[in-house]
Write a protein that binds this ligand. Structure first.
Ligand code: PLP
Length: 384
């Protein structure tokens, strides 16, 4: 029998009538594939982030893959990635026949640790992928100049951030390339989806090619030319393939939703940040339950909230019984069988992940829901 208990969800996308109107328009037009809406969304995204070029893709995983593939690094070169991340960050290296090198994290924000990064660097490293975990910014002011000296490509994994500012500069504009996620749980959503951004015209061109089978002309411009009588001999159907590409392009349906969501992004971020503030205030006197980061800053756009508890598994069961959804972000990547052979020496990650619990946070979360989670956390803290 299915358990019908009503749960407070961990994440929940926020939609209104505006998204429905945007989708209806497209259905009427009967063009939902790659087309003008993608271009409009890419332009709005570039303006929002403050970057020259953005290419819409199917996911942040696809963006990370394209980011590394665009550089044609020699096989078995190495990519520095944090041990505490989602599998896609490290998988991007494997897709390109590169090897991940796992770097330990800071105990108090879960981000890549700069000292360990320097230690793990060898001459075989070609790229570094800092991940802004939960929206909390990595120390980009240290990582970027160091990586430049070492001639490393810097790819920001911005799956958990959109609109966050660090030291006066938007996250996603610090590195050479940035990769965003619009998957359903994220800061804004297009169902699934993502964006790959850069200030380099050449790289952007490469991203476009790789995201659509390696074609040197995108299907929308070919289609447009096929409908034009201005030059009847124009070979609108012609394209060349020089690179092995993928089918990773965003479509107009996703882009139409994305444009509406982007207009709401600042308000989503504000509401999530308010949620984080409530949590921090609510649990500040707990003895055994602590937030996963130390310092709150308003410029940061927080995507998730997690706490640490030595009795993590018991706490998860306790919250489940109360009807509160939780998760663990994450089981560190090198602890999965696929990645064991990369021999990660990451003691802080190994210790901290056992204490982590991700709690409900989304822009439409109600005060009474957060208050109930806080009350439950306090109850657990007092009795355990
Ligand atoms: C840090 C990180 N990078 C990349 C991804 C992949 O994002 P997507 O689901 O859009 O492929 C995720 C997904 O949650 C993530 O958490």
């Amino acid at each position: 029998m299915q358990n019908k208990k009503k749960f407070i969800r961990l994440f929940k996308p926020s939609f209104g009538n505006e998204e429905i109107i945007a989708i209806r328009k497209l259905f009427k037009k009967s063009w939902i594939g790659f087309g003008p809406e993608v271009k409009k969304f890419e332009e709005s995204w570039s303006n929002y982030i403050g970057i020259n070029y953005s290419v819409g893709v199917t996911s942040c995983s696809a963006a990370l893959h394209i980011a590394l593939a665009s550089k044609n690094f020699k096989k078995r070169k190495k990519v520095l990635v944090p041990a505490m991340t989602f599998t896609a960050t490290a998988a991007a290296a494997l897709y390109c026949d590169l090897e991940p090198v796992f770097v330990d994290i800071n105990e108090y924000d879960l981000n890549i640790n700069f000292e360990d990064l320097k230690k793990k660097y060898t001459k075989d490293c070609v790229a570094v992928i800092p991940v802004h975990v939960g929206g909390h910014p990595c120390e980009m002011e240290k990582i970027v100049p160091w990586a430049k000296k070492k001639k490393l490509l810097v790819i920001e994994d911005c799956a958990h951030t959109a609109g966050g500012i660090y030291k006066g500069k938007m996250l996603g504009t610090w590195g050479d390339i940035s990769c965003f996620s619009f998957e359903e749980k994220k800061m804004l959503t297009t169902g699934d989806g993502g964006m790959i951004c850069t200030n380099s015209k050449n790289l952007a061109k490469k991203f476009r090619n790789l995201s659509f089978h390696g074609w040197n002309r995108d299907p929308w411009s070919r289609h447009n030319k096929s409908l034009s009588t201005r030059n009847l001999n124009e070979k609108h159907w012609y394209y060349q393939i020089k690179d092995l590409g993928f089918k990773y392009n965003m479509n107009d349906l996703m882009a139409a939703i994305g444009q509406v969501q982007l207009k709401k992004l600042n308000s989503f971020n504000e509401k999530r940040n308010n949620g984080v503030c409530k949590y921090l205030k609510g649990i500040k006197n707990c003895k055994n339950i602590k937030p996963f980061f130390k310092n709150f800053s308003n410029g940061i756009a927080y995507w998730m909230f997690a706490v640490r508890s030595k009795k993590r598994d018991k706490l998860i069961s306790f919250l489940k019984q109360k009807g509160i959804a939780t998760s663990v972000y994450w089981i560190p990547v090198p602890m999965h069988p696929l990645y064991k052979k990369y021999n990660a020496n990451v003691p802080v990650t190994a210790k901290v992940w056992k204490e982590l619990v991700t709690l409900p946070l989304f822009s439409d979360i109600k005060s009474k829901e957060i208050n109930f989670v806080i009350k439950s956390l306090k109850e657990f803290d007092a009795k355990e």
